[in-house]
Design a protein around this ligand. Structure first.
Ligand SMILES: *Cc1c(COP(=O)(O)O)cnc(C)c1O
Length: 459
C-alpha cells in the first residue's frame, strides 16, 4: 500500500517509512493513498475468525513488505498473549446497550491493543536494521504506560515519555514511573497535555535534532495504531451479530480511536454513526454539532485522558472532507493554528453523515458512573461513562456499542466520588504501589527537554 501526507499528496511513502517517522516532515499526517473496501463476501469470510486471525487479515494489506504474513501472525500472537481476555476484548451488555471492553491489556487501557503490536513491529524492524532508535512520546496518561510496557527492555531502542506534571492520576503515573528498565525515561512537564504534544512535534520538525538522535514516534498519529484499533470495530460488529448496521460511541480526545472506526467504515464495515463523546474540553463536540473549531484553554476534568484541545487526528478527516486536496488542507491547518477556523456548512454536512457528538460535564460523568452501578452492579471508568452518557443523551441506545477505554481502578477519585468505594488494581499490578518512582520534572521549554534527551542518550 502507498502512503502520502495530508499536506502533500504527491510524495509516496512505504509503510516502513511512515511507521518509523510517525509524523510527516511537512507537519502533515500519513494516510493511505487509497483504501479499498472489503467486498461483502470478504467481510462474510472474516465473520467467524478469532481476534488474532481477524487482526492478521485486516492489518496485512496495510503493511506491504514490512514483514511477511507469517511474521505478522507471530507478532500479533506475541502482542496479545499476556492479555487477561482470551480474545483480547470482551463485550458486556447493559440493557439495550453493548459495551466493548478494551482494557484487558497490561496497563489497563485500550492503548495497549495498538501499542503492544507496535512494540513488536519495532523489534522486527531492529532485527533487520541494527541502528539505535529513540522514541519520544507525549501522553495524557495512558499512552505512556502502554508504550513503556510495550517497549521496555527492547534492544537498540530508548523510550522517552512526556506527561503533564500533576495532571494524571497517581495510578496512571505509577504505571509509568515504577518501571526500572534502563531504556525507559519519564519526563513530567510543567504544563498540560497539549504542551507535551507540542514539544514532541517541535522535536520531530527539527530535522537536525530528529535525524541526529534517529527519533521515532508512537503517538496516536502513528498510522500503525489506527490500523490496529480498526480491528476491534470489526470484532464487535461480528460478535454483536444482529446483521444491522451499528453505531459506536467513542470517548474522544485526540480523535485517534474514533478515526479507527471511520477507517473500519471505509473498509466496508456497516457502521451507521460514530459518536464523538467528549468531556467539557469539547472542541470536537462544538465542531461537529455547529462548526466551531476554536481552541479554548484546556480544563482539568475527571477524564484526564481526554483533556485535550488539539485533536491531532482530526486533520485526517478534514483532508478527506476536502476531497484529499493537500494544498487546501495545508491552508486550513494554518487557520487552525491561528485559531481562526470555522467549518463551513457544506463540509459540516459531509462530516455529519458519519459523525455525531455529545458532551458530558463533570457532574454528569459522576452521575453516570453511579447510575450504571445502581442499575447493573458494575463499575465503569469515567471515560466509559462519558461514552455511555453521550448515547443516553442522544437517545440512540439500540444497535449501539460503547467503547470502554479504561479499567476503573485507573481513576480511583472519580469512582470514589460516584459510589464511595475504591476500585482495586488487579492483583498482578499491585506491586506498583510499593516501588520507588523515577521521573524528571522539566519546565515547558524545548531546549531543556532536548538537552535532557541528548544527555540521557549519551550516558
Ligand atoms: C486515550 C484515551 C482516550 C481518548 O482516545 P483518543 O484516541 O485520543 O481519542 C479515551 N479514554 C481513555 C481511557 C484513553 O486512554
Amino acid at each position: 500500500m502507498e502512503y502520502i501526507s495530508t499536506r502533500n499528496n504527491q510524495k509516496i511513502f512505504t509503510f516502513r517509512d511512515i511507521f518509523l517517522k510517525g509524523l510527516a516532515e511537512d507537519g502533515g499526517l500519513f494516510i493511505p493513498k487509497s483504501v479499498k473496501p472489503f467486498s461483502n463476501e470478504e467481510i462474510n469470510n472474516l465473520k467467524n475468525l478469532s481476534y488474532n486471525d481477524l487482526a492478521t487479515e485486516i492489518i496485512h494489506p496495510f503493511i506491504g513488505d514490512f514483514m511477511s504474513k507469517d511474521d505478522l501472525i507471530s507478532s500479533i500472537s506475541k502482542s496479545y498473549s499476556n492479555f487477561r481476555a482470551k480474545n483480547v476484548v470482551k463485550i458486556n451488555e447493559l440493557g439495550n446497550l453493548k459495551v466493548l471492553e478494551l482494557f484487558h491489556g497490561p496497563t489497563l487501557a485500550f492503548k495497549d491493543i495498538a501499542m503492544q503490536l507496535i512494540g513488536n513491529f519495532y523489534e522486527h524492524h531492529l532485527k533487520v536494521e541494527q541502528k539505535k532508535i529513540n522514541i519520544i512520546v507525549a501522553t495524557s496518561g495512558d499512552t505512556g504506560a502502554a508504550a513503556i510496557d510495550a517497549l521496555k527492555g527492547k534492544k537498540n531502542l530508548n523510550v522517552f515519555v512526556l506527561h503533564p506534571n500533576n495532571r494524571i492520576s497517581p495510578v496512571q503515573r505509577k504505571l509509568m514511573t515504577t518501571n526500572d528498565a534502563s531504556n525507559v525515561f519519564n519526563i513530567a512537564i510543567d504544563g498540560n497535555f497539549d504542551d507535551c504534544q507540542n514539544l514532541v512535534k517541535t522535536m520531530f520538525n527539527d530535522e537536525k535534532f530528529s535525524k541526529t538522535i534517529n527519533m521515532s514516534g508512537v503517538n496516536s498519529i502513528n498510522w500503525a495504531r489506527i490500523i490496529a484499533q480498526a480491528v476491534y470495530y470489526f470484532y464487535a460488529y461480528f460478535k454483536v451479530g444482529t446483521g444491522e448496521p451499528l453505531s459506536f460511541s467513542v470517548p474522544t480526545g485526540n480523535f485517534g480511536d474514533i478515526y479507527a472506526g471511520y477507517l473500519a467504515k471505509k473498509l466496508g464495515l456497516p457502521i451507521d454513526k460514530l459518536i464523538v463523546a467528549t468531556n467539557k474540553n469539547d472542541i470536537l463536540h462544538r465542531a461537529i454539532s455547529g462548526g466551531d473549531y476554536t481552541q479554548k484553554k484546556v480544563m482539568e476534568t475527571n477524564t484526564p485522558s481526554m483533556d485535550i484541545q488539539i485533536a491531532s487526528n482530526f486533520e485526517r478527516l478534514l483532508f478527506d472532507v476536502k476531497g484529499c486536496n493537500s494544498d487546501v488542507t495545508k491552508q486550513l491547518m494554518s487557520k487552525i493554528k491561528n485559531n481562526t477556523y470555522k467549518i463551513d456548512n457544506e463540509d459540516l454536512d459531509k462530516i455529519k453523515k458519519n459523525f455525531i457528538s455529545e458532551m458530558l460535564d463533570e457532574n454528569e460523568t459522576i452521575k453516570m458512573i453511579k447510575d450504571i452501578n445502581d442499575e447493573f452492579q458494575i463499575v465503569i471508568d469515567p471515560h466509559t461513562a462519558v461514552g455511555i452518557g453521550a448515547v443516553k443523551k442522544l437517545g440512540i441506545e439500540k444497535n449501539c456499542v460503547v467503547l470502554s477505554t479504561a479499567h476503573p481502578c485507573k481513576f480511583p477519585k472519580a469512582i470514589e466520588d460516584a459510589i464511595s468505594k475504591a476500585e482495586n488494581l488487579p492483583e498482578s499490578l499491585r506491586y506498583i504501589n510499593d516501588r520507588t518512582e523515577k521521573f524528571e520534572v522539566l519546565a515547558n521549554n524545548i531546549k531543556k527537554v532536548k538537552d535532557y534527551v541528548t544527555s540521557s542518550i549519551r550516558n
